[in-house]
Write a protein that binds this ligand. Structure first.
Ligand code: SF4
Length: 362
């Protein structure tokens, strides 16, 4: 029998489903924290994160929540910013009050034995009071087809998967196993493919990270694979988390990052063919042949900055990005790696320079 003392301690702990963490940007948007963004823009994407005393059982080399990263789980940062803890029901009431300003909700699971049950519970509570479209950023080791279907039945409209590493080699290098042995490349793909079957075309997205040791060719191959399968690719810029196993790695060079953003946009929206991208012997993008008229215009105008905006799940009308995650790919003190709003004239001037555009286009 569990001693009463332990039960009391457990119930007093601020864990999911009764507590969740929310991103600092979400806390500011819901007026739960004071603060301002460095530039003025509308923000209505609310990101929730499950919270457990023993945290996430995965141990990924780049992640702030990794099991072996020093420090208490509750004090750990995630994508380098603080995630305040809030009571779930109070948060949902607050969301209901601000519903007209909300553009997308998302619950991020972690790898934990209770993650499915608690995500189900929170989703149910949320759907009862707030109608804003809801995504789940799932933890594949905790799921199967039946559980995915149960999320869909509750009204979840999109599924995100933090694959992060775009090649099996890089995945194995940085993502270590969890106790039940299910943090595996093939298991991730089984769950991605099951999600695609259950949720339908363009309702599943894969988070892909630039800077984990992959080549540009790996990224480009992944963009084509996902497009062919009607799965969305969302881009993230690696930024080292202090004290993580990759704490001394550096962020990808800005020129590489901008070129990947541009090439991805051209593949997805202008049908840029792989034969028109030249790679060097290390798999890096060297040149793009901008033969098609539309491609030329898109490159010369930088498509009004669209390639450099944050990738994320859409708003209800499907017309704009609903989840823009300010500071998801850079620190608040740094310039925008991806823009949660359409870049302005001065931003585009800088981007053009960062791309070294004249050297890229032939
Ligand atoms: S893009 Fe945003 S809403 Fe969509 S799965 Fe990723 S974190 Fe969630």
């Amino acid at each position: 029998m569990i001693p009463l003392e332990t039960v009391q301690q457990e119930t007093e702990k601020k864990v999911s489903p009764d507590f969740v963490r929310i991103s600092m940007a979400s806390a500011i948007a819901l007026r739960l924290r004071s603060g301002r963004f460095s530039r003025d823009f509308e923000f209505g994407g609310i990101n929730l994160l499950l919270n457990y005393e023993n945290g996430c059982l995965s141990d990924c080399g780049y992640c702030g929540l990794a099991r072996t990263r020093p420090g208490d789980y509750e004090d750990k940062s995630f994508i380098r910013v603080e995630w305040p803890m809030v009571e779930t029901d109070q948060l949902i009431d607050r969301m209901a009050e601000h519903e007209d300003k909300l553009t997308r909700l998302c619950i991020s699971m972690v790898t934990h034995g209770r993650a499915y049950k608690d995500t189900y519970d929170i989703t149910k509570r949320l759907r009862a009071k707030v109608k804003t479209p809801l995504s789940l950023l799932i933890a594949p080791p905790t799921l199967n087809e039946e559980k995915l279907q149960s999320f869909k039945d509750l009204g979840v409209d999109m599924i995100g998967v933090g694959l992060d590493a775009v090649s099996e080699k890089v995945f194995k290098q940085h993502r270590t196993d969890v106790p039940n042995g299910s943090l595996r490349w093939d298991n991730y793909w089984n769950i991605i493919n099951a999600s695609r079957r259950i949720f339908g075309p363009w309702k599943v997205n894969i988070h892909t990270v630039v800077g984990l040791g992959e080549t540009d060719l790996d990224l480009v191959d992944m963009f084509y694979h996902l497009k062919d399968n009607e799965i969305l690719a969302y881009l993230f810029n690696f930024n080292p988390e202090e004290d993580s196993r990759m704490g001394d790695w550096v962020s990808p060079h800005i020129t590489r990052w901008r070129r990947i953003q541009l090439v991805k946009h051209l593949i997805e929206n202008y049908n840029l063919q792989k034969k028109d991208i030249e790679f060097n012997s290390d798999g890096g993008i060297e040149r793009i042949s901008a033969e098609g008229n539309d491609i030329q215009i898109a490159i010369q105008s930088l498509d009004q900055g669209l390639p450099f905006m944050t990738n994320g799940c859409p708003n209800e009308a499907g017309t704009e990005v609903g989840c823009t995650r300010p500071y998801g790919s850079y620190r608040p003190s740094e310039s925008f790696r991806d823009f949660p709003f359409q870049p302005e004239t001065d931003d585009l001037k800088l981007i053009r320079k960062e791309l070294a555009l004249d050297e890229l286009i032939k």
